[in-house]
Ligand binder design. Structure first.
Ligand SMILES: [Zn+2]
Length: 112
């Protein structure tokens, strides 16, 4: 009987441990989701800030603005490459793709 009690106790301990691991994993997942949401808000904040204060950026933040500008230029270049492959062109007014033969942009109406 003593052996049985000892085994039952061990079994319960293992079950408790498994539940603890499960709980910790669940909590870690919640932390991860909160961090993801928080980072989304940080990005939205930074974008809004940049739009509003683009002309008066504090020198402490210039390096970030310059990096963002580099990425924007790279994206533009990649879009241009795609448009060349697809036989389209990029509207200089709105940045949308326009058929190579189009005289005006369908989106913003700018003359091509
Ligand atoms: Zn356009």
């Amino acid at each position: 009987m003593e052996l049985f009690d000892a085994l039952a106790k061990k079994g319960q301990e293992l079950a408790d441990k498994a539940k603890d691991v499960y709980d910790v994993n669940m909590i870690n997942m919640k932390i991860h989701n909160e961090e993801k949401e928080m980072n989304r808000e940080y990005i939205a904040l930074a974008k809004k800030y940049l739009e509003k204060y683009e002309q008066e950026i504090d020198p402490d933040f210039i390096e970030y603005v310059e990096e963002i500008q580099k990425h924007k230029e790279a994206i533009e270049e990649y879009r241009l490459k795609i448009s060349v492959v697809k036989g389209t062109k990029i509207c200089t007014g709105c940045g949308k793709t326009v058929e190579e033969s189009a005289e005006y942009c369908k989106t913003c109406g700018k003359k091509m």
